[in-house]
Design a binder for this molecule. Structure first.
Ligand code: GAL
Length: 984
């Protein structure tokens, strides 16, 4: 053993030599940013390079260079023992992703000898008149020991929390040496579902501490909703002067003032800027006056019930991991505001402090969660779980203290969350008591203990809708093992839906359903979608093709696989269709059209509608005929008004729609004037079209095995299949019962795995057999049996073709024959994912125009964002590039679809009788299912169009309940009809 044989990285203590945690603040004290290029050497175990690197004279020129802040596993640095540069490609020390499992054997607080350790070294200069200072690390993963000019300052664990050391910085040259261990005792407290990314990944600064500088300050800014008065007191450890010029306030630190103010809320983020000036420094204050209370089991802010339209946000960037620049943080906040999100749970650790400053400024409610999760103990039956082991109390408390002390002055933070998924234990009582004493102004959340004894909220993850509704009524089942009085207390608590709607792959479904249930009950103070962004990394494969890497792309076990890709944003921060759906569901104005007119309800809790105006457009079959604006009276929070509809339908045949949009009157910090915050459509009239008189054509019966002709169609007389339509060579249409499974179709583990059931009954490999081709009067009737190898069950299909002058009409009837069971599943009621037709067209086709829902994808349980209209798009632009290829791009309620090709090719128009779902792509569902990454998808040279009676909903079963029955496609006799017209 070497000099490091005190094995601090395996200590139950959280650190040594550190300064007491204190409030984050901007100061005018001189600050040296130590961000930049450092010297770095990666070693295989905790000994690092030994002690020589501490010395001033040490020659580090042979060492690698690394950017600070960063995660070394995402940087191209030299790995000892590995030939060439390490990259993201799963080298011995690359990024690793586990979901719940620990990457180390469970033997707390010990970790393996193989413990990649990075020695960092920086030479920096301080000005000649530099004085006493503090060295601050905003985040180091997972344990670090620090030396300045050869002197040991201390060490710390707690990756996503700041740590400060008194630092005897000298004027002139200084040498900072930091040893960072990938695994430590802290690892046992940091088992969040995310990538393991070691390194100095947040800012490093030296802050001068002149005599009389403020060590800590605590802003108490209460708002009394009854009187409209604010109360301000800023406590500090040294004498100081508090100045808020806008309020004309000049106070001593510790002195209290009462003054009329505008309160802070996420909707009205009113900040009063000022300073706290002591003898040694001046600190920037951004004061938001507000009061958070729980009254009668309802969460209130400033006297009004508050509703969180929330998301869970991890810090992630597809190149830099949890190292985020300010621009990225602003991008997140702006995108949230633009999508009607008003709350963030900082799952599952305190974010970079700048993010919270942005939340104060832009207006987002924050449930701030501590960097604490011990999930992996589940694999030991929770034996040894730190939460119930008093030896871990200090380390757990250290984390909560560092969070609360750092962020206690942020008005946006309205709830402290003690931890995620760490089961139960008395240590939570220790944390709770400390937080209550230190900050009685905010309620406390801990979701996982079924007694909720340390929580001011009842809370769950991923309940189904029925259970959520029962909770809203306070009629939920009692958790097991809870006595009467604990249960009565729990039942009296407000409910916060800490995670729901797992946005993995295509989905989630039911966002609108969840929102409706939550809005229905004051007990429910809102929910947080899981999660904001896909944690995927930009990577290139051996052929230099870029793709988004997930856990499963790294050769390592245990492995959380694709579960890191479950965000509303793709890894590159492009919004997924789910984010548009969420924005539509969360819109802050609610509309309802009835006999009296259009009811407009302000769904905000604190802001009126003075910032919004209404505009409308009248469309006939998707063509705009008129536009205008509509007077929106200023509606107070939760107020409503009934407005007359601004326009009416005419007499021309077709669908008359009016679309009303609420837009920002003036620009806001987060969006320009005209930004749409809410939309609503009303069908004014559907004026019937006059029936055209047309000539019905009978099929030609071939004399000897030739083709059958019927209007614009030509059929193979043996198979009865359409081979050409108005001169376009086609494949099908043939019955299609399958889709490329989505992540949600695959369920979670063995649970709710619909895709496995589909495959077990052969839906993914159906064979078509023609049983009859008959001319029956004016129609051609083709009967076919569609079934999979191995199985006796089948779908019986009848295609009935008829023609008038220019069109071919298809009436399809499907029957399900046989038992439709399979031994492993024995499901009597297997629903199919799709009931439709697949049509192949020549690859020269590529343009689409349609009247129906759009422009983006819609599914039966996710269609709020897709308004009825007339849209145009190229097929290639309708593909949603889920990083793991799967079903995407469905369009519901299509009245007609036109498909165009290269100049000179006939245009194909498909009309629903009355409606259908379509998808169009250059590959098949089977190709989609087989592809591992988007670049595996190849143009097949054909265009594959699905013309479907229906497609199943998306659900959220990758984590969450099974797809509700009403969103499945029942296996029963179904008929639907389409009309095909070709024109040149
Ligand atoms: C929750 C957990 C999250 C994430 C999610 C599933 O249980 O808190 O961190 O793992 O499930 O993706």
């Amino acid at each position: 053993m070497t000099e490091d044989n005190d094995r601090y990285w395996e200590s139950l203590a959280p650190g040594a030599g550190r300064r007491a945690p204190r409030a984050d603040a901007r100061t005018d004290a001189r600050t040296l940013s130590l961000n930049g290029t450092w010297r770095f050497r990666l070693c295989a175990d905790a000994r690092g390079t030994g002690s020589a690197f501490l010395a001033h004279g040490f020659d580090d020129t042979a060492w690698d260079e690394i950017a600070v802040p960063s995660h070394w596993v995402l940087e191209r640095v030299t790995t000892p023992g590995a030939a060439g540069p390490a990259s993201l490609r799963g080298t011995a020390d690359g990024p690793l992703y586990t979901n719940t499992a620990f990457p180390v054997p469970i033997d707390p607080p010990r970790v393996p000898t193989e413990n990649p350790t990075g020695d960092y070294r920086l030479v920096f200069d301080a000005p000649d008149d530099w004085g006493r200072s503090v060295l601050r690390f905003q985040g180091v993963d997972s344990a670090a020991k620090v030396w300045l000019n050869g002197e040991e300052l201390g060490w710390s664990t707690g990756s996503r929390l700041p740590v400060e050391f008194d630092a005897p910085v000298r004027p002139g040259r200084n040498v900072l040496a930091v040893r960072v261990h990938r695994w430590s005792a802290g690892t046992y407290l940091e088992d969040q579902d995310m990538w393991w990314l070691p390194g100095i990944f947040r800012d490093v600064e030296v802050i001068e501490r002149p005599d009389g500088a403020v060590d800590d300050h605590h802003v108490h800014a209460d708002y009394d909703p009854a009187t409209g008065m604010g109360t301000l007191r800023v406590d500090a450890d040294v004498p100081g002067l508090v100045e808020i010029p806008e309020l004309g306030l000049r106070l001593e630190a510790g002195e209290e003032a009462r003054i009329a103010v505008e309160p802070w809320s996420a909707e009205t983020p009113r900040l009063y800027r000022g300073t706290l000036t002591s003898r040694g420094e001046s600190i920037v204050l951004a004061v938001g006056f507000r009061r958070v209370e729980i009254q009668g089991g309802v969460l209130e802010v400033n006297g009004a019930p508050v509703f969180f339209r929330g998301v869970n946000r991890h810090e992630h960037h597809w190149d830099t991991g949890r190292t985020l620049d300010r621009e990225t943080m602003v991008a997140d906040v702006v995108a949230m505001k633009r999508h009607n999100i008003n709350a963030v749970r900082t799952s599952h650790y305190p974010p970079h402090p700048e993010f919270l400053r942005l939340c104060d400024e832009y207006g987002l409610w924050v449930v701030e969660e501590c960097d604490l999760e011990t999930h992996g103990f589940i694999y030991a039956g929770w034996d040894g779980n730190p939460a119930s082991d008093p030896r871990w109390a200090a380390a757990m408390l250290d984390r909560v203290r560092r969070m609360v002390e750092r962020d206690k002055n942020r008005p946006s933070v309205v709830v402290w969350s003690l931890a995620n998924e760490s089961w139960v234990g008395d240590n939570f009582a220790t944390l709770e008591e400390w937080v209550r004493r230190r900050d009685p102004s905010r309620p406390i959340l801990y979701e996982r203990d079924p007694s909720y004894r340390n929580s001011d909220f009842y809370s769950l993850m991923y309940p189904d809708l029925e259970r959520l509704d029962a909770i809203g009524r306070r009629e939920e089942d009692r958790p097991e093992g809870i006595d009467d009085s604990a249960d009565a207390r729990r039942r009296g608590l407000p409910f916060l839906l800490v995670e729901y709607a797992h946005a993995m792959g295509n989905g989630p479904g039911s966002l609108a359903d969840y929102h409706a249930v939550m809005r229905n009950h004051e007990r429910i103070c809102g929910g947080f979608v899981w999660e904001w962004i896909d944690h995927g990394f930009r990577q290139v494969d051996a052929a230099d093709r870029e793709f988004v890497m997930h856990g499963g792309d790294v050769d390592y076990r245990p492995n959380g696989g694709r579960y890191c890709l479950d965000g509303l944003l793709f890894a590159d921060r492009t919004p997924s269709p789910a984010l548009a759906e969420l924005a539509a569901v969360l819109q802050p104005l609610e509309f309802e059209h009835g006999a009296m007119g259009l009811t407009v309800r302000n769904a905000r809790d604190h802001a009126d509608t003075a910032d919004l105006s209404l505009r409308w457009r009248l469309e006939l079959d998707g063509r705009t005929l008129d536009t205008g604006s509509l007077d929106l009276p200023v509606l107070g929070p939760r107020d409503e008004a009934v407005l007359p509809l601004p326009t009416s339908a005419g007499e021309d045949p077709g669908e008359w729609w009016v679309t009303v949009e609420a837009v920002l009157r003036d620009g806001a910090l987060w969006a320009p004037a005209g930004h749409v915050v809410a939309r609503h459509q009303v069908l004014l009239a559907d004026v019937p079209r006059r029936q055209r008189s047309s000539r019905v054509l009978p099929p030609s019966v071939p004399l000897s095995g030739g083709d059958i002709e019927l209007g614009p169609g030509r059929f193979d007389s043996a198979t009865g299949r359409l081979i050409s339509l108005g001169g376009i060579p086609v494949d099908g249409p043939l019955l299609d019962l399958y889709r490329a499974p989505t992540e949600n179709d695959r369920g979670q583990g063995g649970r709710n795995n619909l895709a496995a059931v589909w495959s077990a009954v052969g839906l993914d490999r159906m064979l078509h057999r023609t049983d009859a081709v008959e001319v029956a009067g004016d129609a051609l009737v083709v009967r076919s049996r569609v079934a999979a190898a191995t199985h006796p069950h089948a779908a019986g299909v009848q295609y009935r073709w008829s023609a008038d002058d220019d069109a071919l009409r298809l009436d399809v009837t499907v029957d399900f024959l046989g038992p439709w069971t399979d031994t492993p599943y024995q499901q009597r009621d297997i629903a199919v994912p799709r009931l439709g037709l697949r049509l192949g067209l020549p690859g020269d086709y590529g343009g689409l125009a349609w009247f129906g829902r759009g422009p983006d994808e819609s599914y039966r349980d996710s269609r709020s964002a897709a308004l009825v209209g007339r849209y145009e798009a190229a097929i290639d632009d309708l593909q949603v590039g889920y990083p793991v290829p799967q079903e995407n791009g469905n369009h519901m309620d299509t009245r007609w679809l036109e498909i165009t090709g290269a100049p000179g090719l006939p245009r194909l128009r498909v009309e629903g009788l009355p409606r259908f779902d379509f998808t169009a792509r250059r590959w098949t569902s089977e190709d989609l299912e087989r592809a591992r990454h988007p670049h595996d998808l190849r143009d097949t040279g054909r265009v594959w169009v699905n013309l479907d009676h229906a497609q199943a909903g998306l659900g959220s079963a990758s984590v969450g309940p099974a797809l509700p029955e009403r969103y499945r496609i029942p296996r029963r006799r179904t008929a639907w009809s389409l009309r095909f017209v070709t024109t040149l």
